[in-house]
Design a protein around this ligand. Structure first.
Ligand code: TUI
Length: 309
């Protein structure tokens, strides 16, 4: 399947893996790239040395293109921005902020840049700054989120900029086909890649995703201006109760500090932050990245070619 996205990234299938903090390390990224999608190393809150080591490791695991996601709230974002340029990473995606100040350096290094945006205004600004494509992420997504749904964000971003990747709520061929009907040239999936064989997250985390139903995500942090979608557990219950009582930032942050590591590495899915999107309800089994991509592509292409019946 050829799309504007597969052309600019030189990949086989228009499927990108989300750059999830603590989750998206070299093994997962390489598995996705080897399966014909675009694997991404998620820098999250890690330091520049960790990111550099993961880039070097991914290059030993795959000859295919892969990317790095830079979470712009990371205090080391400046250093990580230089590391990706130094190692000639093919693609950079960014999240949780405006990557404008790095754009010239990345373009000079020949990197394709795809910022994640949650609004039309941000999409326009990014294209003006030189972005090659934007990832329009709806509020169905996991982790740090915007307010607009994928269904209404994607077509509006499609009307505003050239190449758009749809993200948030997509986990199967139906979501894939829907994204293309909205005008997207590709999709990004996060939650369904967390629950793959190659993902190195704790088995408890994967099991919680597989078990999740439609209503099992909760958004914490709306009062702080940093809304985050998680699978509901003891931590989100406590957080939301405190938030409703008007608790301050300090008290709320204490509850989530180190929470993602607790869930991903230690498998404490009761007290940790189990970030996941609403599509967790669509994830029914743990399969390989190759099988997931094949399933999404087969079902997606079939739906796109069949019309109305
Ligand atoms: O970045 C994400 N998702 C994330 S980042 C993250 S790390 C984290 N860990 C603990 C607590 C909080 C965060 C977990 N999940 N997705 C991409 C994304 N970017 N979604 C929304 C945005 C966004 C928001 C505002 C992009 C640009 C933006 O612009 C703000 C500005 O500077 O104007």
């Amino acid at each position: 399947m050829k799309t504007a996205l597969t052309e600019i990234l030189e990949i086989e299938y228009p499927i990108i893996q989300g750059g999830m903090a603590w989750v998206a390390e070299a093994n997962l990224a390489a598995a996705v790239s080897n399966a014909g999608g675009l694997g991404i190393i998620g820098a999250g809150g890690a330091d520049a040395k960790w990111v550099e080591d993961q880039i070097i490791k991914a290059k030993t695991l795959t000859d295919k293109p892969f990317g790095v996601n830079i979470m712009l709230m990371n205090p080391q974002a400046d250093e990580i921005a230089k590391v990706v340029a130094k190692h000639n990473v093919k693609v950079v995606t960014t999240g949780a902020g405006n990557p404008g100040k790095y754009m010239e350096m990345w373009k000079n290094a020949g990197i394709k840049v795809m910022p994640v945006v949650a609004s039309v205004a941000m999409a326009r600004m990014m294209e003006r700054c030189g972005a090659d494509a934007v990832i329009a992420e709806g509020t169905e997504a996991g982790g740090h989120i915007g307010e607009i749904t994928t269904m209404v964000l994607v077509p509006q971003v499609v009307d505003a900029v050239n190449i758009v990747v749809a993200a948030g709520g997509i986990a199967d061929g139906r979501g894939f086909a829907a994204a293309f009907m909205l005008g997207a040239s590709g999709v990004q999936m996060g939650t369904s890649f967390v629950a793959t064989k190659e993902s190195t997250v704790h088995d408890n985390y994967k099991a919680k995703i597989v078990k999740a139903k439609d209503i099992d995500t909760k958004v914490t942090g709306r009062s702080t201006g940093h809304p985050v979608r998680n699978l509901r557990n003891k931590q989100t219950n406590t957080y939301l109760k405190l938030e409703a009582e008007g608790a301050g930032l300090e008290q709320l942050e204490k509850l989530t500090l180190g929470g993602l590591r607790k869930a991903v590495v230690d498998g404490d899915v009761d007290n940790g932050s189990v970030m996941a999107g609403q599509s967790a309800g669509l994830v029914k089994e743990i399969c390989s990245c190759k099988d997931l991509i094949t399933k999404v592509m087969t079902q997606g292409e079939q739906l796109l070619s069949k019309g109305f019946d």
